[in-house]
Design a protein around this ligand. Structure first.
Ligand code: BV8
Length: 232
């Protein structure tokens, strides 16, 4: 195979770890300290909205204070380089932060939503949101009071942009997963889909992921050095 021209990149929390944002399943990670079923499900929100909103307010403040790292920058540069020669880097992230965008990536597909957006549970309007989401948050479209929730995908909810993701997977000539443990579906299944399309696959991670056996190739190390090296 020549130089890949159409790269599908799936990123996870490991790519933002060196920006100071916590990962989920590592020792000391978010889901190692908190029960996701009590914080990241529609049922948890229905039962105790204040606790759920407090959790996301705290994480939103962390995202706003964080800065992109060299891994985000390398992906943005690779996207621009490929576009200049008529190719494409399709960036599909499970991350709910905006660090890919702030590093310069133009087209980011957030399959698990975005923390800096809120969604009205009454009319569905999605709006940028940087403040804390208290019970008195007002929907700018329908005026519903106290009905805004973080525009993120909770366990049991359908991830976003699945059709575009499937199309991009089928069209890719290289699949790369970076900084993801391979524990959450459907994203964890994409490496096998790529292989079913005969697309070479590579994982870039601190250590072998749950899915490591499914990849043809792997580069282990911190994303801030391993990704720039891989994409150079
Ligand atoms: C769905 C948003 C139906 C909110 C998140 C049993 C079997 C199979 C599936 C299921 C099952 N039971 C339930 C399911 C479905 C469920 C699921 O997969 N559960 C798992 C846990 C078993 N999935 C769902 O419910 C999904 N919806 O299935 O809908 C459907 C779908 C399609 C088609 C038909 C029907 C919705 C899941 C979305 C959940 N939302 N987040 C929020 O953020 O609060 S999940 C959460 O995990 C994260 O937000 C993130 O998005 C996701 C993935 O985590 P990772 O990014 O991989 O992070 P993790 O910490 O795990 O790993 C970090 C990695 O980085 C590690 O490997 C570490 O070594 C590495 N690392 C660390 N530092 C560095 C590094 N690497 C490089 N450099 C470093 N410096």
């Amino acid at each position: 195979m020549g130089d890949p021209n159409n790269i599908f990149v799936l990123t996870g929390a490991g790519v933002s770890a060196e920006s100071g944002l916590g990962t989920f399943r590592d020792r000391g990670g978010i889901w190692a300290r908190f029960d996701p079923m009590k914080l990241a499900t529609p049922e948890a929100y229905a039962a105790d909205p204040d606790t759920v909103l407090d959790f996301y307010d705290h994480r939103r403040r962390g995202v706003i204070a964080a800065e992109p790292n060299a891994a985000h920058v390398a992906l943005a540069r690779a996207e621009a380089r490929l576009a200049a020669r008529g190719g494409r880097l399709f960036l599909c992230t499970q991350n709910v932060d905006d660090l890919h965008e702030r590093a310069g990536s133009r087209a980011v597909v957030h399959m698990h939503g975005e923390l800096l957006k809120a969604c009205c549970t009454v009319c569905g309007t999605v709006t940028p949101w940087r403040d804390d989401l208290d019970r008195a948050s007002i929907c700018p479209a329908c005026g519903g009071v106290g009905r805004m929730r973080p525009d993120v995908v909770w366990f049991g909810e359908m991830p976003m942009h699945l059709d575009a993701i499937e199309d991009a997977l089928a069209a890719a000539d290289l699949f790369v997963a970076a900084g993801t443990s391979g524990a959450v579906y459907p994203a964890a299944g994409y490496v096998r889909e790529a292989r079913a399309h005969n697309i070479p696959t590579c994982e870039i991670n601190l250590e072998p992921s749950d899915n490591a056996d499914a990849f043809d190739d792997a580069r282990y190390g911190p994303a801030s050095t391993a990704l720039p090296r891989f994409l150079a």
